[in-house]
Design a protein around this ligand. Structure first.
Ligand SMILES: *Cc1c(COP(=O)(O)O)cnc(C)c1O
Length: 376
């Protein structure tokens, strides 16, 4: 029997057995104390990962459903300043076009956000700001604290896509002044794809649009989550909730601080390997922006191509991601989020090093050994 490949993608990520098994059971009623307890366990365990005491609701839909819910409920008809330095920043801008009056405050993918332009937009009356905390397409970590400070100074609502930071890196939604934060189940939470959790501040609730979508009406989600037992407005993806509960209990058992440290250590090990190989990381960072701690984007060496490199890595049993849109063929991305550790990371780096060697890339040194030194 062929062994299943190791998914080192920025989502979906490998799902621990305990989480998978939680789904293998008879259907339950979603209007019941049993389901309410599942929902309650999820939000209790997620709160420290969001860094929030705000209400959290869970939507049956992928991360993008959470993004659309946020913009549709809080951006409708409003001036929205969209910070864009990658694919998911662009997606929030595209969603904003359907509901409000967005302006894109853009810089090239993987380069620092134009924060001066944000300050100007806020002066000029932007009421809502969208930010991607960890821009997965480019491997850059954006300065949420700084963006939150600017929003608070101008009393604007901040919507933050934390889809690849929450559960894997430091997120302090309340301290940073994030009004609406979003996470998806198949990224750092290491659960199956198909659920999005969204936190909503009181300040945001006071400004919720009158003209809201039907299925993604967050007022309805909040009203139902306030019931005892907790409920969702419509039939949720119950098996996914069962799995997410188990994934969330694993986060609680590990402890969010430990989990974040594990992610940071893995990210550092990948960067140490890239440096030892003599390759370049894709993002250009500054004092405010950082490298992602959950996904690393690396420029493909000139001697090879995206297809050859990822193809050979795949034959060695490891799936990594390529670049999206205009970065296709220019970068590869290694996801190191969720439940993975040193064994998975070293296997990935070993496959990459072997593949690059066979494809004729001249590497400066032994990245696998350098990463192992860092991890051991
Ligand atoms: C994956 C991802 C999304 C989209 O999530 P889907 O679950 O594919 O809808 C949004 N934002 C970021 C930063 C992501 O990494």
């Amino acid at each position: 029997m062929e062994k299943e490949p190791l998914l080192m993608l920025p989502g979906p990520v490998p799902v621990p057995e305990r989480v998978r098994l939680a789904m293998a059971r008879q259907a339950i009623n979603h209007r019941s104390a049993e389901f309410g307890a599942v929902y309650a366990d999820c939000v209790r365990c997620l709160a420290p990962a969001f860094g929030t005491e705000n209400r959290i609701v869970i939507i049956s839909g992928s991360g993008t459903a959470g993004m659309e819910a946020a913009v549709a409920n809080f951006g409708r008809g409003r001036k929205i300043a969209c910070l864009v330095n990658g694919k998911f920043g662009e997606r929030l801008f595209d969603i904003s076009k359907r509901y409000g009056e967005p302006i894109a405050l853009a810089s090239a993918w993987g380069t620092p956000l134009p924060l001066e332009a944000l300050a100007e937009s806020l002066e000029e009356g932007a009421e809502v700001v969208t930010l991607v905390h960890n821009e997965t397409s480019a491997g850059i970590l954006n300065p949420a604290r700084e963006v939150g400070r600017l929003c608070r100074r101008h009393d604007a609502l901040l919507i933050m896509d934390g889809i690849t930071s929450i559960g894997g890196d430091v997120v302090e939604a309340d301290r940073w002044g994030v009004d609406v934060a979003i996470v998806g189940s198949q990224k750092c939470l290491a659960a199956p794809a198909g659920l999005a959790a969204v936190s909503v501040s009181e300040r945001a609730m006071e400004r919720i649009a009158d003209d809201r979508p039907y299925y993604l009406d967050l007022a309805a989600y909040l009203k139902n989550a306030n019931k005892d037992p907790m409920e969702t407005p419509y039939t949720p993806a119950v098996p996914l909730f069962l799995a997410l509960r188990e994934a969330c209990l694993l986060i609680e058992e590990e402890g969010i601080e430990h989990r974040i440290m594990r992610h940071q250590r893995l990210a550092q090990a990948v960067r140490v390997a890239v440096a030892a190989w003599g390759l370049s990381l894709f993002p250009s960072i500054d004092g405010q922006h950082g490298y992602s701690n959950t996904v690393t984007a690396v420029r493909i060496p000139e001697a090879t191509t995206d297809g050859e490199l990822r193809g050979l890595v795949k034959r060695l049993g490891v799936i990594i991601a390529g670049g999206q849109d205009h970065l296709k063929g220019q970068i590869f991305r290694v996801g190191h989020m969720g439940a993975v550790g040193a064994p998975e990371l070293l296997a990935t780096l070993g496959a990459l090093q072997a593949a690059m060697g066979r494809l004729g890339c001249r590497l400066d040194g032994d990245g696998v050994a350098a990463a192992a030194d860092h991890l051991a």
